[in-house]
Design a protein around this ligand. Structure first.
Ligand code: KDO
Length: 335
């Protein structure tokens, strides 16, 4: 008899406590969607800074809806492992490359070809236009990843530990050129005439310092931000790949958002990419002077000879057998 009223009281108290907790900021925080972004990029590179722009924009447009956590320098997932982690639902966001995509969708190795994309303007028109939409649809279907926005990673140049007289691809014979570790990247190194050696981005500085590799290729802003100029003596302006990264989210995380939030996430990604592109292009125009002051030799080789050799190598390759009919012509026709 005596315990009933007490039980009723206890229940009422418990309900009140739940109501109180539900109103606290902590409980609200739990309702936020966590978006962890993993990238191998260093904090100072523009595509890492762009992630902070993404976060700020989203905090403004969708206050309290998302908890964006940025993990740079490959500390959360190793370079190249992000797409599989996203497909499995173990990672919410990353900046993936066309080389990552081509591993799963071989026909898109076309977009990893040297001297295909002409310049940053061509790059954005290709990936922001109809071709980009087709790529996104296929990536969603085959990789369980939603591409939010393409960004310009920069134009890749060859960067050597010891100066060499390099005019044509033949002059790179025997050079152990570090490339990221996938078939598509290694083919690019080979097409340039070098001896491609796979190494993850976050190991490149040490590889150059100790001489495990003779050189590496990356856009000038990355040569600066990752401090590769400290351990190399020459830049060869081959401009062999006008490169992109794609800010992306796992389908699982994407589907957990309502349509309004999805729109805001896309808009924030676009703002981030705009920030990245503008700063990177400006930097690329100014950095040669910086490297010269740092004591590096900066040379322009016979770019026509590199272009001809690289394009010939791709067209004759196994990779090109998978390219979608007419896609090369469509890319070339984008103005
Ligand atoms: C690199 O490993 O050289 C590369 O430039 C490849 C890109 O696809 C991208 O992963 C980039 O590294 C990282 O974001 C680090 O800048």
């Amino acid at each position: 008899m005596s315990f009933r009223p007490i039980a009723r009281l206890t229940l009422a108290a418990a309900c009140a406590a739940v109501a109180l907790v539900a109103g606290t900021p902590d409980a609200l925080a739990q309702a936020r969607q966590t978006l962890r972004i993993s990238t191998p990029a260093v904090p100072d590179d523009w595509h890492t800074k762009m992630l902070y722009v993404f976060k700020e924009e989203l905090d403004k447009s969708a206050p309290g809806r998302f908890d964006v956590q940025i993990h740079h320098s490959g500390t959360l997932f190793k370079q190249g492992t992000e797409p599989a982690a996203m497909a499995r639902g173990n990672l919410e966001m990353a900046m993936i490359s066309m080389q990552d995509i081509a591993k799963i969708i071989p026909e898109y190795s076309l977009f990893t070809a040297g001297y295909l994309i002409r310049d940053p303007d061509h790059l954005m028109k290709v990936y922001d236009g109809a071709i980009g939409q087709e790529i996104s649809a296929k990536v969603a279907e085959k990789m369980d990843i939603a591409i939010l926005q393409a960004a310009y990673l920069g134009t890749r140049q060859v960067n050597l530990r010891e100066p060499r007289n390099v005019r044509t691809p033949a002059d790179l014979a025997g050079v152990k050129l570090r490339m990221p570790g996938s078939k598509e990247w290694l083919f690019l190194g080979q097409a340039l005439g070098a001896n491609p050696t796979p190494l993850a981005f976050n190991e490149v500085y040490l590889g150059l310092k100790t001489g495990t590799v003779d050189g590496q290729d990356n856009p000038l802003p990355t040569v600066k931000s990752a401090k590769f100029y400290e351990v190399t003596k020459q830049l060869i302006l081959t401009s062999h790949l006008v490169d992109a990264v794609f800010l992306s989210v796992s389908t699982k995380a994407w589907k957990a958002m309502n349509a309004d939030d999805q729109r805001k996430v896309k808009a924030a990604a676009m703002a981030g990419a705009k920030f990245n592109n503008e700063n990177r292009i400006k930097d690329e125009n100014e950095l040669v002077e910086f490297f010269k002051k740092e004591g590096l030799q900066v040379v322009t080789p016979d770019v026509g000879a590199f272009r001809a050799a690289v394009q010939k190598a791709y067209l004759a390759s196994e990779l090109s057998k998978d390219w979608p009919q007419g896609m090369l012509e469509r890319v070339n026709a984008v103005r």
